[in-house]
Design a protein around this ligand. Structure first.
Ligand code: COA
Length: 341
């Protein structure tokens, strides 16, 4: 390239740059417009919610006064339910405020995912992350069953601290983006982070040697259960995606539910097996706590495993009737509404 050509190239490039500037200006304007539209939508949602709450309160008062619910009122109640679901859908397309936990960890960065496809991808990635880490934990736990090598034990425990800590962050992001994950599962992962932290500082003494094998078996067991959970959760996720709209599927709902119950009936026995294992660990640690060399970590872990076992059992027991209820409601809705709606 000679000097002339260089200058000519630069001129051409400058013309291209003008085009870039125009496109960028348009983009920035649109971004500002998006911000304004988002704010307008939020305002309208608040307005809808406020006026709906006034109508709902009036309906409650009618009921208290003993006014019989005629066809018009029954229709109105149904319309309110539908509107709530629609507002939920609209809300999922708008940015949300971070939870306190995320604000502390990440600062006030925007973690809202506004596109349904990206939401799906993030959730899918979360499930795959759990699967991969469980596979690694399984291998190290089994290795620890055969090899007595303290660094390998510490690697596993450190991996667990990092894993559970990461889960709490990812789950908080999922929650901001509309996931209905129950508070207990999130708390469960917070407690598991603490449990792993305590295990990390448990000195290598006789009580640890007594407990070590049970713990490694437990990690191997829950890794296998995690694999089953992954198959169930990703099955649910892909089916809901295939149905087009998550939390809003009425046409093939029966097919979805029959698949879900089949998945659950296969998974639940193994989950309850895990909870019995957690309670057994709590009991084992309780016995070890009487050992003359037992440090504070032993009773603390015993209490933690007890609370995990009880919390998991109760939450899973609550989930089943809730799902039955949800299913009945959907069926009823499905029967009442024409399918083309
Ligand atoms: N961890 C993370 N997310 C969970 C979860 C868990 N344990 N259980 C449910 N969720 C999520 C679901 O993916 C769903 O997310 P979405 O709103 O983004 O779609 C939401 O919470 C609501 O799920 P829900 O309909 O209540 O239950 P489900 O059908 O997805 O799963 C179980 C039901 C019982 C299979 C599931 O809760 C589970 O696997 N629990 C056992 C966990 C456990 O005990 N682990 C320790 C093993 S020792």
């Amino acid at each position: 390239m000679d000097v002339e050509e260089c200058l000519k190239e630069w001129e051409d490039l400058s013309a291209d740059y003008k085009r870039l500037e125009t496109v960028n200006k348009e983009y920035v304007t649109k971004l500002e417009e998006v911000g304004e539209l988002q704010a307008a939508c939020m305002k309208e949602i608040t307005h809808q919610k406020y006026r709906m709450s006034i109508i709902a309160n009036a309906l409650k008062r009618f009921e208290k006064k003993g006014i019989t619910k005629d066809e018009r009122l029954a229709k109105l109640e149904k319309e309110i339910m539908k509107r709530k679901a629609m507002l939920h859908e609209i809300n999922s397309t708008l940015p949300k405020q971070n939870s306190l936990y995320l604000r502390i960890i990440l600062g006030n960065v925007n973690v809202s995912i506004l596109n349904k496809n990206d939401k799906f991808k993030y959730k899918d990635e979360y499930e795959k992350f759990k699967l991969i880490l469980s596979a690694i934990a399984f291998v190290i736990a089994v290795a620890n069953l055969y090899i007595d090598f303290r660094p390998l034990q510490l690697i596993l425990i450190f991996l667990l601290v990092w894993y559970y800590c990461t889960l709490t962050i990812r789950e908080s992001i999922l929650k901001v983006n509309g996931s209905r994950i129950k508070g207990w599962w999130r708390l469960h992962h917070f407690i598991s982070t603490i449990v792993s932290g305590i295990l990390l500082i448990w000195p290598q003494n006789e009580p640890w040697e007594e407990f070590r094998h049970t713990f490694m078996w437990f990690i191997a067991y829950i890794s296998v259960v995690q694999f089953m959970q992954f198959r169930y959760q990703s099955g649910v996720l892909y089916r809901l995606k295939a149905l087009g709209a998550r939390h809003n599927m009425d046409i093939t709902i029966e097919g979805f539910h029959s698949w879900m119950w089949r998945g659950l009936s296969y998974l639940l026995p193994f989950l309850f097996g895990g909870y019995v294992f957690q309670l057994y660990i709590a009991y084992t640690l309780y016995n070890i706590s009487y050992h003359r060399d037992a440090t504070w970590q032993v009773p603390a872990l015993s209490m933690s495993f007890l609370s995990l076992g009880i919390g998991n059992t109760l939450t899973t027991l609550i989930v089943i009737p809730q799902k039955l209820n949800e299913q009945e409601q959907k069926w009823r809705q499905n029967k009442l509404e024409p399918k083309s709606e």
